[in-house]
Each structure stands twice: as structure tokens, then as C-alpha cells.
Design a protein around this ligand. Structure first.
Ligand SMILES: Nc1nc2c(c(=O)[nH]1)N[C@H]1C(S)=C(S)[C@@H](COP(=O)(O)OP(=O)(O)OC[C@H]3O[C@@H](n4cnc5c(=O)[nH]c(N)nc54)[C@H](O)[C@@H]3O)O[C@H]1N2
Ligand SMILES: Nc1nc2c(c(=O)[nH]1)N[C@H]1C(S)=C(S)[C@@H](COP(=O)(O)OP(=O)(O)OC[C@H]3O[C@@H](n4cnc5c(=O)[nH]c(N)nc54)[C@H](O)[C@@H]3O)O[C@H]1N2
Ligand SMILES: [Mo]
Length: 760
């Protein structure tokens, strides 16, 4: 199986390599931001737009889910937030004419970068069966096409309703309501590939699948451990919070196979010292761990804590936890040598970490994809919970779990019911409020949806945002599966790969972005989002929409629901479309924590959702207590001559949206097909720096998956590990390689061999 690099592309992927940097942001970031923004938006629009990002009367940055501080700077955004905004607020347009000159067969040869660079989608487009060209279609006809295909299904479970995490609370609530009135819980979402492991582990152990800290907790912490996360690129505003925490005396331990510039030093572009000076050193102790070694590390640390006199919080354990004895027995069995093998760390580094941990009265652990995308991701995160419970680090100021979410409203979408395995209480509330019987059996997640398409069990694929075929694992398998659908529909702002790999028929439905004014029957609307720390606030777009033809996401769902469900639905879809406040009134009645929603969200800055473990040290788990767990410790096995590959983000991309071809902090320029390899490993494997290699993944199904033509870069990553960018490497991730319990693709641990080749 081969994922060929796209040809016929004006962009040449010709990587140049410099030494990696050791500090993030500062003046170069500001220059970079303005340059990229102005290319897309021009000078005036750049100034107008960027000043509204994350202001109390402005729109929520579509960049990431990091919360807004109470005291905001006039420019409360970051380089990568600005790129996300520019990508949406661009003045470039993909009109109906564009599709007339670019048949699908042409678009399918283009790179994701090229597709995204064409600009905003302006008109609903339809690809008829057997056709090679999208044609403009009136909205009503588009809804007819969808309704016809849905009506032809043997069962509602043959339809899939995917969501990416930018969708607002209002749109997400309506979307899941529509899917369930239609009769299915098939609501796969990007979370299935992202923080599902965090949700699984936290729900089981503390009873709430979300983080338990607020920004103030970070400022009050004595110790912050950042494991498996690269905030300098993916959550740049987190660096300001870490800087402030350090100023109040916090220590930081970074756990990562890569030395990431953002965690080394931060030059805050919002302060004169940060702009021009040396900035703040963030990391006090860097643990350069091997991929997948985190469970072993935390298990050993737990043993060492248990063996230290007076180190565990006995009162907390006795009063609030369950399962301590079994956990203690397992933890005491942890072995130094096994841990050193699994982690690649040396003993003194772990002992130093232990001293910092014991010296801290208030510890926070932050993590992202480096922990969630492994086979043993769920037990790894459970071990982090064990670690925090041991010293009572949950439910008091300055302490707790902090899974840092990705998409700007991915957490809110889940709160709104975008979940293939909804809780019975949620369905009960929906049933009571809307007077229909929602389906009670579980629906399909992302990986199961792909299998269902592949096996002909699902026939209609509808996506509320995202880029499913590029973001999903096993690109060739996923693309073949998608081609077997009867109908594929994408509600999108920008052109992407998923519009070119279609079912027999396909629709592109262009929608408003966060930055744009949303005018409906009752006047100008706002929407709401929930950030990574459970804060809910309003988001108001100000820009003129990219085209007069765009419909908002809530409007699309309302019109679709009316057309598909007709008389059978007693839900006031028309009223919802006219006035989003009426949607919020219903959310308030269905979802706990949203009581009096409209009044509370009118408050500048919004409100914080309740979180029982954080607020009252109450743990709504099956045992009624916080659960210690005692899973066996594992780590990825690496056969001789192989490397463990992680697939990660460059500094110039937002998931499958490629902003540019540089990864500034890692010293990579003008290309994305690079593989970072430890120099000692590279020498042993006969891979010179600057040479080229195919990446070949080896999986138990015996199929060899190949990503050709990567430039080898000798790079200071942990031994045995390699790194390359996603989505190019998704071709290597087997569909069946998923995390236990959460079913998340193991995008951070793929066994590969590197086959030297000549440059493409
Ligand atoms: N600019 C920008 N911002 C984004 C995104 C984007 O693409 N671009 N994506 C958004 C989304 S959806 C998400 S989910 C987040 C993702 O945010 P991150 O999780 O920071 O994203 P990744 O690039 O996948 O980086 C994973 C980090 O974990 C480390 N790592 C990998 N494996 C391991 C491991 O086994 N153990 C440890 N300890 N570390 C490991 C990697 O070296 C890397 O530093 O960012 C969000 N924000
Ligand atoms: N190998 C590998 N694979 C991964 C990952 C990895 O680390 N490695 N990370 C995984 C993670 S964490 C995630 S979250 C997923 C991301 O998966 P997705 O969320 O599906 O992918 P995105 O690239 O974020 O989606 C980008 C598209 O969203 C559309 N869009 C942007 N804004 C809006 C909007 O406001 N409304 C609508 N309707 N559409 C909009 C645009 O058309 C754009 O092309 O990928 C996962 N895949
Ligand atoms: Mo994500």
C-alpha cells in the first residue's frame, strides 16, 4: 500500500534543515503572524480581525481550546491563533467557476496545502453519480438529495454523522438532536482520535471526563508536569500561563521524547522583556522519555512516593478513594530496571523528579496527544490519576488533572451530546424535553465508522466540519471505505481532501466561520463554546460572510431536520434557526450545569461549569469514590532494526490544514516530508543526515504500509524513536491499531522500518 505524494502541485516539498531553536515566540513570531495574516486578509482586515480575537465582545479564537485569562491583553491571541483566523478570514474564494476548471480528478491530485490555499467555499456544490465535476446546487435541492438518500437506508444506523471540534454548542446540540430523532447514535467525532483516552480514563477514575483545574490553579501550583504536549506550537497561550506560574514560584517538569523549544524558553510577545529580552526559562527538569514510556515512569514514581515516609495523603485516601490496597500492591512491585528500559531515562533524573514531586504541596499534570494516542493510553492516564490521588492532588487549589484539549469547542461538543455512547440520563432528559424515544443502543466511533463504510454497513456519511479522510488512520483503507458510500456530505469552510474522495454522490455545504456575522430572523446571533477548563462563553463574529450563499451550522441542521423528519418531529426547528437563544433555553433544561444559560452567558467572560471532583471533592464514579486502578505496566516493543514513529504537528499546520511548509522551532524549512531520527540510531541503521528513506510500517496483519520519500533529519529525539508529520503519515497507521478501551488510533506509536532511497 502506498500513499503517493501529490503531484501536479505548484508547491515543491524540498526540506531544508537548520539547528532546532531553544525558545518560542518573541519578535519573530509577531512578524511571522502579520506576514501570514496579511497575505490572506490584507492590512486593514488583519488589524480589524486580530483585535477582536478572544476579546469579551469578540469571537472565540478557532485556534485551540486554551482558556482566556480574566485580564486580557489588547491582543489576546498568539501566532498560531492568528494563522487559524487568517485561514478563515482570508479574502481568497473558491467559487462555482473554480470547480468548473478543476474537476475532482484534478483536485484529488493536489496536496492538502494547495487545496486549503484556494480560499473560502462560497456556494453549495453537488457531485452527481458518475460525474467528475462539482456543480452549483440550490440549498433546497441539496437537502432533498440528503433526505432521499437517508430515506432509502435500510436502517438509521446506516448513516454516520461526524463532527469536528469547531462546531458551536448550539449547532452541536441541534445536530445530535437531529441524529437521534432520525434514529441513530452514530455520532463519531474528532475526539475519538484525540482525547477519548483522557475521557475514558477520567470518567472511570474521578467520575468526570474533563480536566479539574482552572487557570488560577496553574498560577497557584508548586509543580506543573507537562507530559506529551507541545504547547509552544499547539497551545501557545498556555506559555503565558506557565510563565506566570513560574513567576509565582512553580517548578516545571517536561516529559517528552523531543526537546520542544516552547517548553525550554518563552519570550512573551505581550511584554517588552519578552519581545526583546531573553524571556523566561520554563522547564526546570526535562525527562527525555521514550515514546510510550509514561505509564512505567508514573508507576515507578508512585512506588517511590509510597515508600517515602509521610508522603501519601492518608486522610484523603481513606475518605475519598477506593481500590488503594490493590493499587499499592501493584505499585510496590514496580521495577527500576524495567522502568529504565521502558523510559530510556537514567536513575538520577527520576530521583530528581521525585524530589521535586515530594517538595510540592500542589501539583498539576497537563497532557495532550503524547499520552492519549498509544495502545496503553487509558492505563497510562489512569496511572497519572493514581499519581495525583496519592498526595491528594485533586479537588484543592493549585492541583489536579489538566488534559489540554485540541479543537476550540471539542469539549463543548461532547458536553452537548456529540457522543456515540451517550449516558442513559442524557437520553432520558432529551426524551423528556423533546417527546421522542432516542435510540438506546450505542453508535459507532470513528474507527468503527470506517469499518462500517468498508463493509457496506454504512451508506451515508455526513460531516459537520473536519477533514475525515485525511485525519483518520490508514488513509488507503479509509479512502476506499469512503468511496463505497452512497452519499458523502461535508459542511465546510475550506476545500480539503475529503471533498475529493467521495461516495457515489457528494455534496459540499459551505458554512459561516467563527469570525463572521450570523444574521437570522430575529437579528444578529452569537454562539457559545466551552474551553478546555470548562468555561462557557459567547462568541460573536464581526466580519461580512465570505459569500451571501453561506448558511450557519445551526441553520443547516434546522433545514435538514425539517426536510428529513417532516411532520414526525415536534421540535421547533424553525424557531431554533430564527433565534439561537431558544436553543440555549432547551440546552438549559437538558444539560446539567447550563441552568439559566442565556442570562449567565450574557455576563462578560461567561461562566464555569460545575465539576464535582474540583468543586466538592465528590467523585461521581461507580463506587462513589475516586478510583485507584492497578493495570499491568506495558510499553511498546521494538523489534531489532526498527524505530517507533510518532506522527505529530509542525508549527505551520492546524491538523490537516497546512498553513505553510516550515516548522520554525524544529529548524525545518520548506518541506514536510521529513523524519526526525536520533543520530546514534540513524548511524546504526545506515541513515545519513540528508539522505532519503521510505517509511514502512509493520503491523500484525502482515500488510506493509509505505510512505515514500522522506528526508532523514538527525535530531535529538529519544533513542529508538522517530517523528514525522501527520497527515502525510496517516497512511502508516493501521485501522486496527487502536488504544484499549478508548479505541483511539495509536498515532504516537507505529513500528516502522526506514528503507533508504534516493530523493523523489
Ligand atoms: N497550531 C496548532 N494548534 C493546535 C493544533 C494544530 O494542529 N496546530 N491541533 C489542535 C488539536 S486538535 C490538538 S489535539 C492539540 C494537539 O497538541 P499536542 O498534543 O501538543 O500535539 P502533537 O503535535 O501531536 O504533539 C504531541 C507532543 O507529545 C510528544 N509525545 C509524543 N509521544 C509521546 C509519549 O509517548 N510520551 C510523551 N511524554 N510525550 C510524547 C511529542 O514529542 C510532542 O511534543 O493541539 C491543538 N492546537
Ligand atoms: N496520524 C495522526 N492522525 C491524527 C492525529 C495525530 O496526531 N496523528 N490527531 C488527531 C486529532 S487530535 C484530531 S482532533 C483529528 C482532527 O480531525 P478533523 O477535526 O476532522 O480535521 P481538521 O483538519 O481539524 O479539519 C479541518 C477542516 O475543517 C473545516 N472547518 C474549519 N472551520 C470550520 C467551521 O467553523 N465549520 C465547519 N463546518 N468546518 C470548518 C475546514 O473545511 C477544514 O478543511 O485528527 C486526528 N488525526
Ligand atoms: Mo485533537
Amino acid at each position: 500500500m502506498t500513499g503517493k505524494p501529490p503531484s501536479g502541485d505548484p508547491v515543491q516539498d524540498a526540506p531544508q534543515v537548520e539547528a532546532p531553536q531553544h525558545a518560542a515566540a518573541g519578535l519573530p513570531a509577531v512578524g511571522h503572524t502579520l506576514r501570514m495574516a496579511q497575505q490572506q486578509m490584507g492590512v486593514r482586515r488583519t488589524a480589524l480581525t486580530l483585535l477582536k480575537v478572544n476579546q469579551k465582545d469578540g469571537f472565540d479564537c478557532p485556534g485551540c481550546a486554551w482558556p482566556e485569562p480574566e485580564h486580557r491583553h489588547r491582543a489576546e491571541f498568539c501566532e498560531n491563533g492568528a494563522k487559524a483566523v487568517a485561514e478563515e478570514a482570508t479574502l481568497r474564494r473558491v467559487t462555482s467557476d473554480f470547480f468548473a476548471t478543476h474537476p475532482v480528478s484534478d483536485l484529488a491530485r493536489r496536496s492538502g496545502y494547495w487545496l486549503g490555499q484556494q480560499g473560502r467555499l462560497t456556494h453549495p456544490m453537488y457531485l452527481a453519480e458518475g460525474a467528475d465535476q462539482y456543480e452549483p446546487v440550490p440549498w433546497e435541492r441539496a437537502f432533498d438529495i440528503i433526505a432521499d438518500e437517508l430515506a432509502a437506508l435500510g436502517s438509521p444506523d446506516e448513516a454516520l454523522f461526524y463532527t469536528s471540534g469547531r462546531t458551536s454548542n448550539e449547532a452541536a446540540f441541534l445536530y445530535q438532536l437531529f441524529a437521534r430523532e432520525f434514529g441513530t447514535n452514530n455520532l463519531p467525532d474528532c475526539s475519538n482520535m484525540c482525547h477519548e483516552s483522557s475521557g475514558s480514563a477520567l470518567t472511570e477514575t474521578i467520575g468526570v471526563g474533563k480536566g479539574s483545574v482552572l487557570l488560577d490553579d496553574l498560577y497557584q501550583a508548586d509543580l506543573i508536569i507537562v507530559a506529551g504536549q507541545n504547547p509552544g506550537t499547539n497551545h501557545p497561550r498556555m506559555l503565558s500561563a506557565l510563565e506566570r506560574a513560574k513567576a509565582s514560584g512553580a517548578k516545571i517538569i517536561t516529559v517528552n521524547p523531543l526537546p520542544e523549544a516552547g517548553m525550554e524558553r518563552f519570550k512573551n510577545p505581550q511584554t517588552p522583556k519578552g519581545l526583546a529580552g531573553a524571556g523566561t526559562a520554563l522547564t526546570d527538569l526535562f525527562l527525555q522519555i521514550r515514546l510510550g514510556g509514561d505509564q512505567a515512569l508514573f508507576r515507578l514514581l508512585n512506588k517511590l512516593i509510597l515508600e517515602t515516609q509521610g508522603a501519601v495523603d492518608e486522610e484523603f485516601i481513606a475518605e475519598h478513594t477506593h481500590g488503594f490496597d490493590a493499587f499499592k500492591e501493584a505499585a510496590l512491585a514496580a521495577d527500576w530496571d524495567d522502568t529504565l528500559t521502558a523510559t530510556g531515562l537514567d536513575r538520577t533524573a527520576i530521583e530528581q523528579a521525585l524530589r521535586m514531586i515530594l517538595a510540592s504541596q500542589r501539583t498539576v499534570v497537563c497532557w495532550a496527544m503524547g499520552l492519549t494516542q498509544h495502545k496503553h493510553a487509558v492505563p497510562t492516564i489512569r496511572e497519572v490519576v493514581n499519581f495525583l490521588l496519592l498526595r491528594g492532588n485533586i479537588g484543592r487549589p493549585g492541583a489536579g488533572v489538566c488534559p489540554v484539549r485540541g479543537h476550540s469547542n471539542v469539549q463543548g461538543d461532547r458536553t452537548m451530546g456529540i457522543f456515540e455512547r451517550p449516558a442513559p440520563a442524557f437520553l432520558d432528559a432529551l426524551e423528556k424535553e423533546f417527546g421522542f424515544a432516542p435510540p438506546r443502543h450505542y453508535g459507532l466511533d470513528v474507527v468503527r465508522s470506517i469499518r462500517a463504510l468498508r463493509d457496506g454497513q454504512a451508506k451515508v456519511f455526513f460531516a459537520m466540519g473536519g477533514n475525515f479522510v485525511a485525519a483518520s488512520p490508514d488513509t488507503d483503507v479509509t479512502e476506499d471505505a469512503m468511496r463505497r458510500a452512497r452519499l458523502t456530505v461535508h459542511v465546510s469552510t475550506k476545500l480539503n481532501r475529503s471533498h475529493t474522495v467521495t461516495g457515489a454522490r457528494a455534496l459540499i455545504l459551505p458554512t459561516l466561520g467563527r469570525t463572521e456575522r450570523d444574521l437570522q430572523g430575529s437579528g444578529e446571533q452569537f454562539v457559545t463554546v466551552e474551553d478546555s477548563m470548562g468555561m462557557v462563553h459567547a462568541s460573536r463574529g464581526r466580519l461580512k460572510p465570505a459569500s451571501g450563499q453561506l448558511l450557519s451550522e445551526p441553520a443547516i441542521v434546522c433545514r435538514l431536520a425539517r426536510r428529513v423528519l417532516g411532520e414526525t418531529s415536534h421540535t421547533p426547528w424553525e424557531e431554533f434557526e430564527k433565534d439561537y437563544a431558544t436553543i440555549r433555553d432547551r440546552i438549559a433544561r437538558v444539560i446539567p450545569g447550563f441552568e439559566d444559560f442565556n442570562a449567565r452567558v450574557a455576563h462578560p467572560g461567561g461562566f464555569t461549569l460545575p465539576h464535582a471532583p474540583r468543586d466538592e471533592r465528590r467523585f461521581p464514579t461507580a463506587t462513589g469514590k475516586a478510583n485507584f486502578t492497578a493495570a499491568p505496566v506495558t510499553h511498546p516493543e521494538l523489534p531489532e532494526g526498527r524505530l517507533l514513529l510518532q506522527t505529530l504537528r509542525s508549527h505551520d499546520q492546524y491538523n490537516t490544514t497546512i498553513y505553510g511548509l516550515d516548522d520554525r522551532y524544529r529548524g525545518i524549512k520548506n518541506g514536510r516530508r521529513v523524519v526526525l531520527v536520533n543520530p546514534t540510531d540513524a548511524d546504526q541503521l545506515g541513515l545519513p543526515d540528508g539522505g532519503y528513506a521510505d517509511l514502512v510500517s509493520e503491523w500484525t496483519d502482515g500488510v506493509e504500509r509505505r510512505a515514500p520519500g522522506f528526508r532523514v533529519v538527525h535530531y535529538p529525539t529519544a533513542r529508538g524513536c522517530a517523528a514525522a508529520y501527520y497527515p502525510e503519515t496517516n497512511v502508516l497507521v493501521p485501522l486496527d491499531a487502536t488504544a484499549d478501551t478508548s479505541n483511539t488510533p495509536t498515532s504516537k506509536s507505529i513500528v516502522v522500518r526506514l528503507e533508504p532511497t534516493s530523493p523523489a
